[in-house]
Design a binder for this molecule. Structure first.
Ligand code: DGL
Length: 273
């Protein structure tokens, strides 16, 4: 297949990467997205680096059989642990979400105090403080792991009393001890909680989700390599999930506000929970 016609592969541990897929679809409407969410083995955030690397590689290998011109690792945990490894192994561009999110936060912050919330893995890797400091040394970055957010989102709970309570209990103490003016949602599941997070923290804090910036980078990169499709795509986007496809469909259709035509359940060989 002509390279320009090939798809953009997007992976996440679950439904979180759909927030990145949504932005890719919005900014690059001619492109075909092939998405794999490892919902059966989600969350990745509490797994070891080796495990996240092995699972991520397995997912990318699955997608590579579909003919891709680019891979987007729409998961901060997998970006933190596996991006460099994949860049060395693959001959097509591989994009993560951490650098784009960091750039957007630096652009938004006025007082250089940037908070980061993410999974235990992303926070332990210090990938965000490193990325922020590599762009701007003066940034004061503080991180907080929020391990209870992802399991709640994977159940489809993104607002209401339970979400309000958990977000308040987790984020208010953080806000009270750190004078951030900008908060990075350092997990692609968290944009699904953005309305509640903004309500709890107040309008004075800018909330940054890396999805928009990541899609912009994907667009720039494809343009640079002459890989952008100029004609509308001829086939439907493809979605694959390793766990319950009914829950996946419900969440995806809520994010995209349209029906998902092609959704399949798949099994990863090494799947262990
Ligand atoms: N959505 C993912 C992230 O951006 C991972 C969540 C998880 O599996 O723990 O980190």
């Amino acid at each position: 297949m002509d390279e320009v016609q090939q798809g953009i592969g997007v992976i996440d541990s679950g439904v979180g990467g759909l927030t990145v897929a949504y932005e890719l679809m919005r900014q690059l409407p001619n492109e075909k997205i092939i998405y794999l969410g490892d919902t059966l083995r989600c969350p990745y955030g509490s797994r070891s680096k080796e495990e996240v690397q092995a699972f991520t590689k397995e997912m990318v290998d699955f997608l590579l059989e579909k003919e891709l011109k680019m891979v987007v690792i729409a998961c901060n945990t997998a970006t933190a642990y596996a991006l460099e490894m994949l860049r060395k192994q693959l001959s097509i561009p591989v994009l993560g979400v951490i650098k784009p999110g960091s750039r957007a936060a630096i652009k938004a912050s006025r007082n250089n105090h940037i908070g980061i919330i993410g999974t235990e893995g992303t926070v332990a890797s210090e990938a965000y403080p490193k990325a922020l400091h590599s762009i701007k040394e003066q940034v004061n970055a503080q991180s907080l792991a929020c391990p209870l957010f992802v399991p709640m989102v994977e159940k489809g709970i993104t607002d209401g009393e339970q979400a309000d309570q958990l977000i308040e209990e987790t984020l208010i103490p953080f806000k009270n001890t750190f004078s951030m003016d900008t908060l990075i949602l350092g997990c692609t599941h968290y944009p699904l909680l953005e309305t509640t997070i903004q309500k709890v923290l107040g309008e004075e804090i800018s909330i940054i989700s890396s999805s928009e910036e990541t899609a912009r980078e994907a667009s720039m990169l494809l343009e640079f390599f002459d890989g952008l499709r100029t004609e509308p795509r001829e086939s439907e986007h493809e979605f694959y999930a390793t766990g319950d496809v009914d829950v996946f469909r419900k969440i995806a259709e809520k994010i995209f506000n349209e029906e998902i035509v092609h959704l399949e359940k798949v099994t990863m060989e090494k799947a262990t929970i």
